[in-house]
Design a protein around this ligand. Structure first.
Ligand code: IVH
Length: 690
């Protein structure tokens, strides 16, 4: 789904109390949920956010308000009930023993004071509360589990309940001890933030530039991207650091500050300037100090975190939804700098939207060099009266895409030029039109436009769609430019000779690409539906559609009424779907995909043989298998009613160990999970299959 770009007028206005649950209100709530899901995914999974934290927070709050005012419209699936985004494929998952929570935000002194008043009211005290004040480090949250003094599991926050198993990658971070002193409790969990310092971030981006790789937008994305490497050897080369900010399972500790001291003594890095203060005015004074010193700090922070110090009081205050009542994040205002708007270019997106982009004289904004900023659409340029050559104020809010706040007209020399939005597509030359009521201008050439085609290919091949590993943006551009691919189905007709005729490909890279394309033929129906890039149809909807219609043919024949019978599919989405399948070009592409042998039907779950020893059990493979690939072995388990896990946890029922099995085998022994050899496994399979 392309983010639809909620605007003030559609999403953020209106008195909450007075509203009846009208169709408009339902529509607004649905829209906010879809938008938040999309941005969650972009932020947490892709590490490529497209809106600022502040905008995200506004959407989030609006949805929270609406759901509070209309509990009948609340839903357990709403993003307000989740922490972060779903776990991505590729890593095993780990369930957090205690949920990993998020933090409520305060954006000004009044909101902070209101929080303090509530804390005191709930605690029934007229006196002042003692708070721990610490920096809000801009990295990603990690939980580290130790058993008998040994690091056994590390997980990201994920959706707050289940995270990704990043144990092998975490082990590469030098700040994190693998063993604890002998006096430590048997079971403890330390939580904190993995981050990259500002200098290291700059160096990392320089190295990437030299290698022709895209820059990380900010240190947070760099840290998340580095930790989520499937190959821990890459993680090991990244300069990741860790600050501990909490622990679970410590004995005899009664304060948060005491817990930090204890984990510091165990060998974890704890930020040395954590302060204990009494009363909210002292917190505000500390915040002001941080505002002045944050830029000089060696790592990025986007606010401060204030926590009630007494653990007994924390317990009394408890948690609402995903946020504890005993802590709050007090966010910094965005950092602004002045620079020149050298030019405005336009970028053509997957659905043909033509978006203006500001080209800026590079400027360092709080440790990150910014040279481009989004301008959203032509109205925004007019509203801000931006001219090419202007001095402009640019801001970054600790994250995401920088924004041009305003022009500085006093600095004009008269040389500045007005920007004219092109009325033809800058890539293919087709007319670019703006429909009534829409802010965006669209190229009218659909997939005949190379820019849209490249973006569609990229989406089609992306990890959560058809997952074609070697097909990134560069390869997509080359294939389109060479006219080898005119629609996504042409990918399946590519030959080795065609690829070898292009400069970019050698024997190995051609084989890799063709192999990846071939493998993608067996992706499930829901992934294919998502990969088609139907306007408004994201992954969740694609899954619903596959489940409901069971084949591409039935989906293509569905009417708007049939589609709207599915809860969560509204009029606009159903229209997008019907329009997509009605278009002749799309019908041809689908016919070609079918002819190429792609799965057009929902895979039936095979009948599990009675008495299958794998039924309902999780099996983990480790080491090298001799007679089959790991994928084949996992498929066998699934066909026999089991699940294939990627990490050994207490949930694992069985571990199959091939040659050179490593840490997973150790862990299986430790957890006393049954272990079998490959030949024993093959015998079980043969018996189960009868
Ligand atoms: S405490 C229940 N302390 O902020 C409290 N979080 O918005 C949970 N963060 O997921 C977290 N610095 O990734 C805490 N000193 C700090 C923090 C911190 C950064 C992050 C953390 C968390 C997010 C919540």
């Amino acid at each position: 789904m392309e983010p639809t770009g909620l605007t003030e007028s559609t999403a953020l206005t209106g008195s909450v109390q007075a509203m009846e649950p009208t169709p408009e209100l339902r529509h607004e709530i649905d829209g906010l949920r879809r938008e938040l899901e999309e941005h969650n995914y972009r932020y947490h999974v892709l590490n490529q956010p497209t809106i600022s934290d502040a905008e995200y927070d506004r959407f989030f709050r609006r949805l929270q308000e609406l759901e509070l005012a209309h509990p009948e419209l609340d839903s357990p699936d709403s993003p307000t009930h989740r922490v972060g985004a779903p776990v991505q494929e590729g890593f095993g998952t780990l369930r957090h023993r205690v949920p990993m929570l998020s933090l409520a935000n305060a954006f000004n002194a009044d909101e902070l004071k209101a929080w303090d008043v509530r804390v005191r009211k709930l605690l029934g005290t007229t006196g002042e509360v003692t708070y721990s004040v610490e920096p809000k480090i801009d990295g990603l949250a990690i939980s580290l589990r130790f058993e008998a003094g040994r690091l056994i599991e590390a997980a990201t926050r994920g959706d707050g309940v289940t995270g990704e198993d990043v144990t092998s990658n975490i082990r590469t971070i030098k700040d994190i001890p693998w063993h604890l002193p002998p006096y430590c409790p048997e079971n403890i969990e330390v939580r904190g933030e993995v981050y990259i310092g500002k200098d290291d971030f700059r160096k990392l981006n320089q190295e990437r530039e030299q290698l022709g790789e895209p820059n990380f937008a900010n240190p947070r994305n760099a840290a998340a991207g580095s930790l989520r490497q499937l190959d821990p050897r890459i993680t090991a080369k990244r300069p990741l650091g860790f600050w501990a900010y909490g622990a679970i399972g410590l004995d005899g500790i009664t304060t948060h500050y005491g817990a930090l001291e204890a984990v510091g003594n165990m060998g974890f890095p704890v930020y040395p300037e954590v302060r204990l203060v009494t009363g909210i005015d002292a917190v505000e004074a500390l915040y002001q100090r941080y505002c002045e010193t944050r830029e000089a700090m060696p790592f990025e922070i986007d606010g401060i975190v204030i926590k009630v110090n007494s653990l007994a009081d924390q317990e009394r205050l408890g948690t609402v939804g995903r946020e504890p009542r005993w802590a709050i994040a007090y966010k910094f205002p965005a950092i602004q700098e002045n620079t020149r708007l050298e030019d405005i270019t336009v970028h053509v997106g997957r659905t043909g939207t033509i978006n203006p982009v500001a080209i800026l004289t590079p400027v360092n904004i709080g440790g990150v060099v910014v040279s481009r900023a989004t301008l959203h659409n032509e109205d925004e340029i007019v509203r801000k009266d931006l001219r090419i050559g202007d001095w402009v104020v640019v801001q970054r809010a600790g994250d995401v895409i920088p924004q041009v706040v305003k022009a500085i007209p006093e600095k004009r020399t008269g040389e500045e030029r007005l920007f004219q939005m092109p009325t033809t597509c800058p890539v293919c030359g087709a007319p670019a039109v703006r429909l009534e009521g829409e802010a965006a201008r669209y190229c009218t050439n659909g997939l005949q436009c190379p820019a849209q085609l490249v973006e569609s290919l990229r989406h089609f091949a992306s990890r959560r769609a058809m997952d074609i590993e070697w097909l990134g943006i560069k390869v997509a551009e080359i294939l389109v430019e060479a006219k080898l691919v005119k629609d996504v189905a042409d990918l399946y007709a590519l030959t080795k000779e065609q690829l070898l005729a292009l400069d970019r490909f050698g024997e190995k890279s051609a084989d890799n690409l063709l192999e990846a394309v071939e493998q993608s033929k067996s992706r499930s129906l829901d992934r294919l539906i998502f990969a088609l890039g139907i306007h408004e149809v994201g992954e969740v909807t694609a899954r619903l559609l596959a489940k409901e219609f069971r084949s591409m043919e039935c989906l293509a024949a569905a009417t708007c009424e049939a589609l709207q019978a599915i809860p969560s599919i509204g009029p606009s989405m159903s229209e997008s779907i019907v329009d997509f399948f009605a278009e002749e070009h799309n019908q041809k592409v689908l016919a070609k995909l079918k002819a190429a042998g792609l799965a057009m039907e929902l895979a039936e779950t095979p009948d599990v043989p009675p008495d299958s020893p794998f039924a309902g059990r999780e099996v983990v493979f480790t080491g090298k298998l001799e007679t089959m690939t790991r994928g084949e072995a996992q498929e066998l388990v699934e066909r026999l009613g089991g699940t294939a896990g990627s990490a050994v946890t207490r949930k694992t029922s069985l571990v199959v160990a091939g040659a050179d099995a490593g840490s997973k085998l150790d862990k299986a022994r430790k957890l006393e999970i049954p272990i079998m050899t490959e030949s024993e496994f093959a015998r079980w399979v043969a018996e189960a299959q009868g």
